[in-house]
Design a protein around this ligand. Sequence first.
Ligand code: ADP
Length: 385
Amino acid sequence: MLPPSSESSPSTAAESPLKLLLFVDQRPGIKERVQSIQEHLSQLPAPYGFDLKVISVCEHPYLVEHFKLIATPALVKISPEPRQTLAGQHLLQKVDHWWSRWQQELTSEPPPGAGHGENFSASLNYTTEFMRMADEIFQLTQETESLRDHLKFKDRIISLLAHELRNPLTAVSLSLETLENYWHPQSPTEKEIDPATIERLLHHARYQAHVIEGMITNLLLAARGTSTALDIRPRKMDLNQLCREVLRDLRDSFIQKGQKITTDLPSDIPPVHADRDRVRQVLVNLLDNAHKYTPEGGLIHLSALHRTTQKVQVSVADSGPGIARQQQEKIFEEQYRISENPDVDGYGIGLSLCREIIRAHYGQIWVDSDGKGSTFQFTLPVYRG
Ligand code: ADP
């Protein structure tokens, strides 16, 4: 086995101006190959000496990328400038060919240590420092790339949500405008509006306001990025009441699509210890998905179950297309969408946010689907007084 990197230099002087890096892989017989290259180099005329570092490509993949190497073994001259890479089958012949040119380049370089005086021997090992910097550059490049991806994702979400926010906002404005048009406290007889219409308009405005609220929550969660932990404020809460409230808010959109909702919310479900707004977000996301992905006239069933003494389980089942087994985990990843439904609006963050919220409550979320419909389930801790 080859050491990750080793030095070989007849002059052993770190300050030798001819710096070479020999990149090798871990193939059998490589140790002998390295030895023969080292021996060959040591027999070449080198009045200034040279500094050779052997580098295993497996240990330093970033250097392979940095030097754009495509074959091993490869010998890279990093000093004096210009940098040059020799590789391939006839490596030693190529070295022989270039060696005298490299020696000439050295004669035009300032003598090693010039201007450094006695302190020179204490100077940094150029090659080691170089490798450390290359490593840092590689890591920074990776980080920049992932940040750039994340920024792109945020940009996309922000523009999508900004666009989608318009519809519910327009709907709220329309409802309020209509109410305003009919509302004349000074002369109530001017135009009549029946109480049922008032109720319908108010309900519509309230529902759309919830939709906006949900989108803003998604936007804030997405903007927060992936690094910070989710801030939740769990309290004692009545899950059944929340389920009914959410269903009431979403009822209109289900009716519009001719979908039927059934529930099984037993009255003996104990209170849970959870952040009401976040759990509402999970329910809205799951029910909204059930609504989106289930065709017209489909069935949606919301139920709660006191599963163990410590957990309550909520299920949202639909009669939609179902989710293939190999995708059942992936759909909870950020930005993951199943390609068969590109026509349905979405940006693939709803379920990843649900998972994050449920995990922050020490619960679990998953989907069961055997090809006919999907059942999304999540658990929450029972409140212990
Ligand atoms: P979005 O709905 O915005 O694409 P989600 O994270 O909510 O993002 O969902 C991820 C993917 O999971 C969706 O794109 C869809 O393919 C699939 N999915 C979610 N809910 C359902 C469902 N009830 N029925 C079928 N597929 C679903």
